[in-house]
Design a protein around this ligand. Structure first.
Ligand code: GRF
Length: 212
């Protein structure tokens, strides 16, 4: 088994995507740049909740195994959740990263991956949770917003916060311009946080995440 310079095992990551996959790409690029052992983690598979997305194409280009688990292929949301948990488990990840994965996972998934399932959200939680964090911050008239990397719990974007990045809202911003600036910060933050979690390990004390 490969080891980091500090003698720890390289961590296995499964990344989940639903869209363009630029956060996935940032992880891939950084791991390529530093090397797996220096980064402390390798991506072992990429999963999605839909076909035909750029995120999957990026994974395939990188030579990674991919899988798709679509809600509509299952009789219930619970069955989908179990299937997703099993598909991810097959790759024996240490950490699972939701990098723009636009589905709320259920009990079975959290039973297996709770405390090691990381999500990135394009707003400063607890403000503006949900699927439209950028649009909602803009509509509210917030002057600063940003991104939050957090562990997933059974609420919507309510889990313990690992790190946040701040982005100023400009008068001329529309949703897409603001989201692009947030994503620049978000990609750097995600890469940095996942690497630190992988290399150092962590513990969760109530709402506080302590990276050792
Ligand atoms: C990110 O801003 C993420 O926070 C949000 O969707 C975006 C995904 O972007 N949920 P990408 O697919 O990584 O480019």
């Amino acid at each position: 088994m490969a080891a980091t310079p500090a003698g720890r095992a390289v961590k296995r990551l499964v990344v989940l995507v639903s869209g363009s996959g630029t956060n996935l790409q940032a992880l891939l690029d950084e791991i390529h740049r530093t090397g797996v052992t220096a980064y402390g983690a390798e991506i072992v598979a990429v999963g999605a909740d839909r076909d035909g997305i750029e995120g999957l194409a990026r994974a395939e280009l990188a030579g990674l195994p991919t899988f798709v688990c679509r809600v509509k292929d299952f009789g219930s949301r619970g069955e989908w959740d179990t299937a997703l948990a099993e598909a991810v488990s097959a790759f024996q990840p240490d950490l699972v990263v939701s990098a723009g994965f636009m589905k709320i996972v259920g009990k079975e998934f959290l039973a297996r991956f709770g405390g090691r399932f990381v999500n990135t959200h394009p707003a400063l939680l607890p403000s503006f949770p949900g699927a439209h964090g950028v649009r909602d911050a803009l509509a509210y008239g917030a002057k600063v917003t940003g991104c939050t990397v957090h562990f997933v719990d059974d609420g919507v974007d309510t889990g313990p916060i690992i790190a946040q990045g701040v982005v100023e809202v400009r008068d001329e911003d529309d949703e897409s311009a603001l989201h692009e600036r947030i994503k620049e910060v978000e990609r750097r933050l995600l890469v940095e946080v996942v690497g630190r979690l992988a290399r150092n390990g962590h513990r969760i004390e109530g709402r506080k995440v302590v990276i050792q």
